[in-house]
Design a protein around this ligand. Structure first.
Ligand code: ADP
Length: 257
């Protein structure tokens, strides 16, 4: 989301400060451990004395006198976001030829690859196989579902996964199949996850099934609210894989006893 915001700012500027019939080129390249995305335009360019100022808030280096609209905040915000994400933003510009803005990120292993490397810190495979049960995962994002599927397949093969993207049908599934654990996302297409949790807790059929919330919302008041409604745990996205496996294992095993 934040990366998209930065790219939209750079692309916007590449259009706004271009020449008539100008061009924009977006390229990506990986140099050693660094991924670079560049947005190059054929606009008016920025003079060396102005380059130092463009990341300052409200600085429009003369554009305020032209018809090109703007607030002078796009680049300041982009720089803040890049810093916060552990990346960098930079610029190469030649007056009357054009400007290239680039952003760089250090590369990392994917979550799946990371999951493989935690094997050593975990208990033996034998122990994992003893963890068996059924999990209902209520989640509308396909890549999150895929990640959880892969983690369970590789690390807890005895656990079966059932998924449902909407809250209301998921409540029915929970009542019908009585899974050992419910993993619950909060932003669902039909009703909010907190409503799902309330309904599960109100029904005598489902109220004893442990529910663990998995949400990108890391605000503490949201966590407190959900825990008060009856959630047993609250995990934030992006998932901390070892923690996720520990929590799943704990609730599924507890249930087996
Ligand atoms: P805004 O576009 O709202 O004015 P930005 O923070 O995005 O604010 O950019 C700050 C200033 O930097 C702009 O006002 C403009 O003068 C200059 N600028 C930004 N991008 C470019 C570009 N691609 N080419 C030339 N000048 C640019």
């Amino acid at each position: 989301q934040r990366l998209k915001q930065v790219l939209i700012n750079l692309l916007n500027n590449a259009v706004k400060y271009n020449k008539e019939n100008g061009r924009i080129e977006v390229t990506t390249e990986q140099i050693a451990e660094v991924l670079r995305i560049s947005v190059k335009d054929t606009g008016l360019g920025i003079s060396p004395e102005n380059i130092n100022r463009i990341f300052n808030p409200f600085e429009r280096i003369g554009a305020e006198k032209t018809e090109t609209e703007g607030t002078g905040l796009g680049l300041a915000v982009s720089k803040k976001l890049m810093d916060a994400m552990g990346g960098t933003i930079g610029i190469d510009s030649v007056v009357n030829e054009g400007t290239t803005f680039w952003i760089e990120f250090p590369t990392t292993l994917s979550q799946h690859e990371n999951a493989g490397s935690i094997q050593a810190s975990h208990s033996t495979d034998q122990e994992f196989c003893e963890t068996a049960g059924l999990i209902l995962y209520i989640e509308d994002n396909a890549s999150n579902i895929e990640l959880v599927e892969q983690l369970l397949n590789s690390r807890l093969p005895g656990v079966r996964l059932m998924t449902q993207m909407n809250g209301r049908p998921a409540i029915k599934l929970a009542a019908e199949f009585k899974p050992d654990l419910i993993l619950l996302d909060l932003n669902l297409p039909d009703i909010h996850g907190s409503e799902v949790l309330k309904m599960l807790m109100e029904s005598p059929v489902t109220k004893s099934i442990p529910v663990v919330v998995i949400s990108a919302d890391a605000m503490s008041h949201q966590q407190e609210k959900l825990l008060k409604y009856g959630a047993r745990d609250y995990l934030t996205k992006p998932l901390d894989v070892p923690e996720f496996l520990r929590v799943v294992e704990f609730w599924v095993k507890k249930n087996n006893k």
